[in-house]
Write a protein that binds this ligand. Structure first.
Ligand SMILES: Nc1ncnc2c1ncn2[C@@H]1O[C@H](COP(=O)(O)OP(=O)(O)OP(=O)(O)O)[C@@H](O)[C@H]1O
Length: 651
């Protein structure tokens, strides 16, 4: 349990934020200004780490749920606010060194000042120094990464790409006009909400750009990073973001990267990248306008790169739109404000109290009307309340004037509550983690996770990776899974064995194939003949509760699906096909209702990829489909792996 002490903090003014060398840079970085080494946490820290990550555990006023993503330095889980029931994304980080801690504090400090529809919103930040954790309570964006969105479609049409690009541009114009550069823009850091809107996330490498003040830290992913970063030159952060945007646009409309990544980290043809040279794939037909725009952004010489002004007025960006992206956004916001004000007036008139103050919670506009972060009245962009919690999550201090300090004494554990903003809460996934593990045949060949440029696992083109033998890590994982499995007992086909005196209970939370059902019975009961099994009332209640919590209903999902990911086969048939495929690809997995939680360890670089495959009903059709979701690991290795799985499934 996190202990929390009332404390007051000094505001971190952006002016005081220094560029902090990034500790968690890509392994391919050769910058001598960064260090990728880390100190191992003490065993006690590791324990608290484990506990804090547990599902059902409370962090501040939030109950932890399912893991929805992981990064190099964090785990992101769904968190439900105990009072409001609203769901958030809780990014749990455990900084091991002061430098890492400062990076996270800087991320918080920058994020809490940014309020824009196309930027992920920070709601709260919780420090748990006892466990050595800092948790960011973020707006939950339930549509996943733009990367996955593109992977599922192969590539985007220029029209759809334009929609996303305009939104990303809006968010970036807002950041840059507030002197914030992101420095790690990539498809994986663009999240898509339920309504198909892009939100820029992961400000872990973001920093403040001051005129004439160049940055030097190596940041971001090598394939999205411009030559000045790879050559370890001093650079201007805004120009870095423009290059990355060019790579993102290229990837959106072609479905691949301009340069190939090997092993997920090394850029093949680095010399071409350094010269800003790339080709468009011959099989993709692109308009001259989009090519011209990309060519203006992916320019080796930073000072010759297009500026945001040039980009936002580019003919391709505005095709089919009457306004430039930021103008359109500003109009949307002022319309929204007007509507809210009208509603507030109406409510006032009716003698009811307005539930929210329209002006204080609306995202800020781009352009001239927006309040600057650096203007004399910082309260315009700062949270309206600051609250600390004690260990019982009681609010023990409220202070509007104090903000998080990077120099906070380490014994403190507290939370800074930012504005509660309207958020689309997302229903949690009907499946929850079940402890049923299945391990593959280790004698099967393992595909290499070497990365190839195509984004789509569903497109026909692309190479198969050569088979390799399983490594030590895989075996270890296999053993752990086996051990877990041995503690469980498969109670398949015994559903009807209940009698009034001997009750056999099984958890019917997955399709009834290959041990798809599991029992929570103890060893003795499980090993006893069926007719002799006895269960306590507690067992039965446990099972009923578990059954209730685990909704075994197959989910209906909207596309995109392709012929490779849909079938008229039954879910049960699909289940065994997937199982077979995962085994033959040497992918470790556990089944949970209609979801396979998968883990693949690359043989070349030991790169781990965690992902899910879910069997679902295809919305509006009498068909079933499979959906992939990356949870952890290099996106491009994952893309190759998905492609391999889909190719091998022959649905
Ligand atoms: N607000 C959110 N809503 C939904 N999912 C999220 C949210 N924030 C993060 N995620 C998921 O968690 C993943 C990891 O988050 P994030 O990129 O912020 O972590 P990180 O440790 O900074 O990653 P990196 O390895 O890029 O440094 C994301 O790629 C995304 O899939």
């Amino acid at each position: 349990m996190a202990t929390a002490v009332s404390s007051s903090y000094n505001d971190i003014h952006l002016e005081t934020i220094q560029e902090i060398p990034s500790a968690s840079c890509s392994t391919s970085c050769s910058s001598n200004s960064t260090s990728c080494s880390s100190n191992s946490p003490s065993p006690s820290m590791r324990n608290s780490n484990r506990n804090l990550h547990k599902k059902g555990q409370k962090i501040g006023n939030y109950i932890l749920g399912k893991t929805i993503g992981s990064g190099t330095s964090s785990k992101v889980k769904i968190g439900t606010h105990i009072h409001t029931g609203k769901q958030y994304a809780i990014k749990i980080t455990k900084p091991k060194r002061i430098k890492e801690r400062k990076e996270i504090e800087r991320e918080i400090s920058i994020l809490k000042r940014l309020k824009h529809d196309n930027i992920i919103q920070l709601h709260d930040a919780i420090y748990d120094d006892e466990a050595g954790k800092i948790c960011l309570i973020l707006e939950l964006v339930s549509g996943g990464e733009l990367f996955d969105y593109i992977v599922a479609r192969g590539r985007l049409s220029e029209k759809e790409g334009r929609k996303f690009f305009r939104q990303m541009l809006c968010g970036l114009i807002y950041c840059h006009s507030n002197m914030v550069c992101h420095r790690d823009l990539k498809l994986e850091n663009l999240l898509v909400d339920d309504e198909g809107n892009v939100k820029i996330s992961d400000f872990g490498y973001s920093n403040i750009v001051r005129p004439g003040n160049l940055l030097s830290t190596f940041c971001g992913s090598p394939v999205y990073a411009p030559p000045e970063i790879l050559l370890e030159k001093r650079y201007n952060g805004t120009e870095v973001d423009i290059w990355s945007m060019g790579v993102i646009l290229y990837a959106m409309v072609t479905g691949q990267l301009p340069w190939t990544l090997t092993d997920g980290v090394q850029v093949e043809g680095m010399d071409r990248l350094l010269r800003g040279e790339f080709k468009y794939p011959s099989h993709v037909i692109l308009s001259d306008d989009v090519k011209e725009l990309i060519n203006r952004m992916i320019v080796a010489e930073p000072s010759e790169r297009a500026t945001l002004d040039e980009i936002k007025s580019h003919i391709w960006v505005n095709k089919g739109f009457s306004m430039e992206p930021d103008q359109e956004y500003n109009k949307k916001i002022s319309d929204r404000l007007e509507k809210e004000q009208q509603q507030a007036l109406l409510q006032q008139h009716e003698g009811t109290k307005s539930p929210r103050q329209p002006c204080s919670e609306s995202p800020y506009m781009n352009g001239a009307n927006k309040p600057s972060l650096f203007q004399s009245s910082p309260n315009l962009t700062l949270p309206t309340k600051l609250t600390s919690h004690n260990s019982n999550n009681n609010i023990i201090q409220t202070n509007n004037d104090k903000y998080l300090s990077p120099n906070k004494p380490s014994q403190f554990s507290s939370a800074i509550c930012l504005d509660e903003k309207k958020i689309n809460s997302t229903p949690s996934s009907p499946h929850s983690i079940s402890p049923q593990y299945t391990s593959p045949q280790l004698t099967s060949p393992t595909p290499s996770a070497s990365t190839t440029p195509p984004l789509s696992p569903l497109s026909v083109s692309g190479q198969r990776s050569p088979p390799t033998t399983p490594n030590f890590k895989t075996s270890l994982f296999h053993n752990i899974f086996k051990k877990k499995q041995s503690n469980l007992h498969i109670n398949q086909n015994h559903n009807n064995s209940n009698s009034h005196s001997d009750i056999s209970v099984s958890v019917n939370n997955s399709p009834t194939i290959n041990g798809g059902q599991q029992s929570i019975v103890d060893n003795a009961s499980a090993n006893a003949p069926i007719s002799k099994r006895r269960f306590s009332l507690e067992d039965i209640v446990k099972v009923i509760t578990r059954n209730k919590n685990k909704n075994p209903k197959i989910r209906t999902m909207r596309g995109p699906f392709t012929s490779g990911t849909t079938t008229r086969k039954t879910p049960l048939e699909l289940f065994s096909l997937i199982e077979e495929n995962l085994n033959s690809n040497n992918i470790v997995f556990r089944k949970n209702c209609y979801v396979f939680d998968c883990k693949h360890i690359g043989t070349l670089n030991n790169e781990t990829i965690n992902f899910e495959i879910e069997i679902c009903r295809v919305s509006g059709m009498d068909m079933y489909g499979i959906k992939f979701k990356r949870l952890y690991g290099d996106a491009w290795c994952y893309s190759s792996l998905c492609k391999q799985i889909v190719n091998g499934l022959t649905l």
